[in-house]
Design a protein around this ligand. Structure first.
Ligand code: GAP
Length: 484
C-alpha cells in the first residue's frame, strides 16, 4: 500500500513538473502544433538557458579544472566504417518484444522493470535478479518465459500475447550525396565518444599531450529508442557530455576508481544530497568494457541512470587502427614503449542532467497561515545554474523608478543574465520569478531615490532586506559562484 501511494505521489510530481516546464518556457513537445513527435522535445527560452548553464559547468569542470583534459567539437556525421569498427553496426541493439494484439514494441528490460515497479521491494528484487541473469546470458527464450510466467501484459492491449524476443539496432541511418545506394548510407552518431577516438592522435600530437590525458566533448547523439517515456529522460535526439581519459595499459583499474569518485563529487557539487545517488555496477558488460557502472539519481520515477563510467580497455583505438590501417599507438617516453592506450570514459546525458536538476529543484510549497491559504511553486536551482540570476523590478512604472532599474540592468547584464519586469503587483512578480527559479529579485522603490538603497528578496527564504544599490552587482556575482 505504502509503495503504491509513493508511486502515485511521484507520478503526480512528474506530471506536475512536465506541466510546469511547458507553462514556464522550459521544455515543449517537439512540433506540438502537429501533435508532437514521440520522444523528441524542444527547449524553450528558460530551458535553453538552464541546459547551457549545466553544459558550461560540466565543460569548465573538465577542461578548466583539469590541466590534462582538453575539449573538442567533432561532427555528427562520420565515415560509416567508424560504426563498423566501434561495434555499433553489429552490436548496438537491444532485445525487443512485440505484443501481437497491439503491435506495440517494448524493450524487454524496460517491460520487466515496469512490472517490477508494481511489486513489493523483495519481489521486485527477485524478478530483476532473474532478468539480469538472463540478459547477461543473452537467453532470449528465458526472457520470454519470464515475461509469460509473470503474466506481464501490454499497457495498450492488456494481453500477454507476445512475439519471440529479437534484437533491434538503435542507429538512425540516412544518405549522403545525391545517389541513393548502399555505399552512401551514413549514420547519425549514437554517441559522441567515437569523434574523440578518431581524433585521438590529432589532439595528442597537436596538443603535445602526455598520457594520462583526457579529451572531452559535448554534442548531440541520436538513438531510435523504442520505448518513449519519462519526458526528457529517454529521447531519440539528445545531448551527451563525454570525456575519454587515455591511460597506460595496466593502470585502468585505479583510473576507473578515480573517475567514479571524481564524477560522484561533481554530482554532489550540484548541492544534491548523497542519499539521492547510488552506483549500479553493470552485470552485463558492453562489448568494449572490462568494468562499468552507472551513477543513478532518484528521479520521480525512481533510481535511474544519469551517467555511466566505463573502463573501455583499448577496444576502440585498436579497432580503429585495424579498420583504418592507420597506426594509433602512443610513444610513452617515461617507459620507452609504444602502446595503444586504455581508456576510461565518463558519459553523462545533458538532458537527463537537466531533468535531474529540475526534479531536484521543483517544489510545491504550502505557505498557508491560520488566516490565509497560500502556496507557491518554486524551482530551487543552485544560483549558478538558474536561467535568470537577477530580476530587477521597479515598484511602479513612473516617478523615475524604471530609469533607475535600467541603470542597474545595464551595470549587471555584461556579467550575468538579468530580467526586467514592471507589470503586475510586486507579489505576483515575485511568485513568477520563484516559478522560473530566479534566486534574487531587486525591487526599486521610492526610497531608492532618497537613499540609493534597494530591496533584495531571496527566492528560497523569501527574506527581504535593504542593501545599497551600488553593492548589487558584486553581491550577486559573489553568490553565483560554484566550484566543482
Ligand atoms: N559512450 C557511452 C555511452 O553512450 P550510454 O550509457 O549508452 O553510454 C551515456 O549513454 C549517457 O547518455 C547515459 O547515462 C544517459 O545519461 C545518456 N543517454 C543515453 N541514451 C539516452 C536517451 N535516449 N535519451 C537521453 N539521454 C540518453
Amino acid at each position: 500500500m505504502f509503495i503504491f501511494a509513493n508511486i502515485m505521489a511521484n507520478d503526480n510530481k512528474l506530471q506536475n513538473l512536465i506541466g510546469h516546464c511547458k507553462e514556464y518556457g522550459f521544455v515543449f513537445p517537439s512540433s506540438e502544433i502537429y501533435e508532437g513527435l514521440s520522444a523528441v522535445y524542444d527547449y524553450g527560452q528558460y530551458g535553453a538557458e538552464l541546459k547551457k548553464n549545466i553544459r558550461d559547468y560540466w565543460w569548465r569542470s573538465m577542461t578548466q579544472m583539469y590541466d590534462n583534459i582538453v575539449g573538442i567539437d567533432a561532427s555528427i556525421f562520420m565515415h560509416p566504417t567508424v560504426w563498423k569498427a566501434s561495434g555499433h553496426i553489429d552490436n548496438f541493439s537491444d532485445p525487443m518484444i512485440d505484443n501481437k494484439d497491439s503491435h506495440k514494441r517494448y524493450r524487454v528490460d524496460h517491460l520487466i522493470e515496469g512490472f517490477a515497479e508494481t511489486l513489493t521491494i523483495e519481489n521486485a528484487e527477485i524478478v530483476l535478479a532473474s532478468m539480469d541473469k538472463l540478459l547477461a546470458a543473452n537467453d532470449f527464450t528465458g526472457l520470454k518465459q519470464l515475461i509469460e510466467e509473470k503474466n506481464i501484459t501490454c499497457s495498450v492491449s492488456g494481453t500477454c500475447n507476445w512475439t519471440d524476443v529479437r534484437q533491434f539496432n538503435l542507429m538512425f541511418a540516412t544518405e549522403i550525396g545525391s545517389v541513393a545506394d548502399e555505399a552512401n548510407v551514413i549514420y547519425l552518431r549514437p554517441e559522441t565518444a567515437q569523434g574523440i577516438f578518431v581524433n585521438f592522435l590529432n589532439v595528442q600530437k597537436s596538443g603535445r599531450m602526455k598520457i594520462p590525458f583526457g579529451i572531452a566533448q559535448t554534442g548531440k547523439a541520436f538513438r531510435n529508442e523504442i520505448v518513449a517515456r519519462g519526458f526528457i529522460f529517454r529521447m531519440r535526439e539528445f545531448e551527451q557530455m563525454e570525456m575519454q581519459f587515455f591511460v597506460r595499459p595496466g593502470t585502468q583499474k585505479e583510473w576507473y576508481e578515480f573517475w567514479k569518485e571524481a564524477r560522484m563529487k561533481w554530482h554532489l557539487s550540484l548541492g544534491i544530497a548523497a542519499s539521492k545517488y547510488r552506483f549500479h555496477d553493470h552485470v552485463k558488460l558492453a562489448h568494449y568494457a572490462d568494468a562499468a557502472c552507472d551513477i543513478e539519481y532518484d528521479f520521480p520515477m525512481g533510481f535511474k541512470e544519469v551517467e555511466g563510467v566505463h573502463s573501455r580497455t583499448d577496444f576502440d583505438l585498436k579497432s580503429h587502427q585495424e579498420y583504418s590501417g592507420k597506426k594509433l599507438t602512443y610513444f610513452d617516453t617515461d617507459i620507452n614503449q609504444h602502446y595503444i592506450p586504455y581508456v576510461i570514459e565518463t558519459s553523462i546525458g545533458l538532458d537527463r542532467t537537466v531533468m535531474m536538476v529540475l526534479s531536484e529543484a521543483y517544489e510545491e510549497e504550502d505557505l498557508s497561515t491560520d488566516d490565509k491559504q497560500d502556496s507557491r511553486v518554486v524551482l530551487r536551482f543552485p544560483p549558478m545554474l538558474a536561467p535568470i540570476k537577477l530580476a530587477i523590478l521597479p515598484l511602479t512604472k513612473k516617478d523615475g523608478l524604471p530609469e533607475i532599474a535600467r541603470f542597474l540592468i545595464n551595470q549587471c547584464k555584461p556579467h550575468f543574465k538579468c530580467f526586467y519586469e514592471e507589470k503586475d503587483s510586486i507579489g505576483k512578480r515575485y511568485r513568477r520569478q520563484d516559478a522560473l527559479g530566479t534566486p534574487f529579485c531587486i525591487t526599486i522603490d521610492h526610497q531608492t531615490k532618497d537613499d540609493q538603497t534597494v530591496t533584495i528578496r531571496y527566492r528560497d527564504s523569501m527574506v527581504q532586506e535593504r542593501i545599497a544599490l551600488n553593492e548589487v552587482k558584486n553581491l550577486i556575482m559573489d553568490k553565483i559562484q560554484m566550484f566543482p
